[in-house]
Write a protein that binds this ligand. Structure first.
Ligand code: DCP
Ligand code: MG
Length: 322
């Protein structure tokens, strides 16, 4: 009986550890969402925007004021006004950030690791709330926008791709609820997923393990790119979107990405200078502040941080080739 009991003891400890995690999850506070502004499809009737049911690919923010509401066409204008933010109370990561992206502009963020680039994207999609200042989207404070609707308006390829325990098809379809199988396949093809998906035992219906455990980093990233392509939203956030891809795959995917980006407001974070050089504006972050800002040519002339980064990359590229 003693041996028996000691064996039971093991399972009891394991169960206790499990229970602790379950209770922690139950205790987790639900995300508060007090947004009132929603995103609706609109069409133009006699020069006036009118809300409509079907997808028109023209969107507006519906802002209620009492019983009335106004429709503000979604253009994709993002602004940070004196934004201060820290993940923990006594450690500020972003210090008085001011920046803007006009509709259709391509803004690139560069800076050493830990400078706060990913943090900026985390704030735009409201994974975290800022401590001071404000972020506006087409002139509306994003705190007023319903989180679901805010995120609908953003297509993102994030540094850490998150995949769900579901099939490949379902994971890509997350980009656009109600997309047909054909649409999903087209997006997958454009993101260069088609080939590896066909090698999976059940093709698009293959369940991928928890957080895509059965896929490689580059495959996960391509699924996340397919998702963003399918979504086709007016603002696109790319955080090292092609960093896990080899040169061949990157070149192929880049074509699809650049088609996606036409006419969109794009915030791109990249280490490779080739991506950055094509931007309308570069923002160099250092230690949570905007250290330099300007067109690629302006920053090259300035002979500052950006210039040094470009030089270093050229040197290391040369070093690798030799
Ligand atoms: N940080 C934190 N808690 C988190 C995420 C980040 O305390 N959940 C800290 C770590 C860094 C700072 O915030 O000191 C900025 O982190 P970012 O992820 O924004 O840094 P980058 O994206 O610029 O770095 P990388 O180039 O490595 O992706
Ligand atoms: Mg990052």
């Amino acid at each position: 009986p003693l041996v028996n009991m000691s064996q039971q003891f093991n399972s009891i400890l394991a169960a206790l550890a499990g229970a602790e995690r379950i209770f922690a999850l139950i205790d987790e506070k639900p995300e508060v969402d007090d947004g009132i502004v929603t995103l609706v499809n609109v069409e133009e009737v006699d020069g006036q925007l009118v809300e409509c049911e079907q997808r028109t690919n023209r969107w507006a923010w519906k802002h209620p004021h009492g019983n009335e509401f106004t429709l503000v066409e979604m253009k994709g204008d993002v602004r940070f006004h004196d934004v201060v933010f820290g993940y923990e109370e006594n450690h500020t990561v972003l210090k008085n950030i001011n920046l803007f992206a006009k509709p259709g502009q391509k803004i690139a963020f560069v800076g050493s690791t830990g400078a706060g680039k990913t943090t900026i994207t985390n704030l735009i999609n409201r994974f975290y709330d800022i401590n001071k200042g404000s972020i506006t989207y087409d002139g509306i404070d994003i705190k007023l926008i319903k989180k679901d609707d805010l995120r609908t308006s953003l297509a993102m390829v994030l540094q850490d791709t998150h995949l769900f325990t579901a099939t490949v098809m379902e994971n890509i379809r997350l980009g656009k609820r109600g997309a047909t199988d054909e649409e999903v396949r087209a997006a997958a093809k454009a993101a260069n997923c088609d080939e590896f998906v066909h090698r999976l035992p059940q093709g698009y219906n293959t369940p991928i393990g928890e957080n895509g455990a059965k896929l490689s980093g580059g495959e996960r990233q391509r699924i996340s790119i397919a998702r963003a392509l399918l979504k086709d939203a007016p603002i696109v956030l790319l955080d090292e979107a092609t960093a896990s891809l080899d040169v061949e795959n990157e070149t192929k995917v880049q074509g699809a990405l650049s088609r996606l980006l036409v006419g969109k407001t794009v915030l791109v974070i990249a280490h490779r200078m080739r991506t950055v050089e094509a931007a309308d504006k570069i923002i160099v972050l250092a230690d949570g502040r905007v250290a330099e800002e300007g067109t690629p040519a302006e920053l090259m002339n300035k002979n500052g941080l950006y210039h040094r980064m470009v030089d270093l990359q050229r040197q290391s590229a040369g070093w690798r080739l030799n």
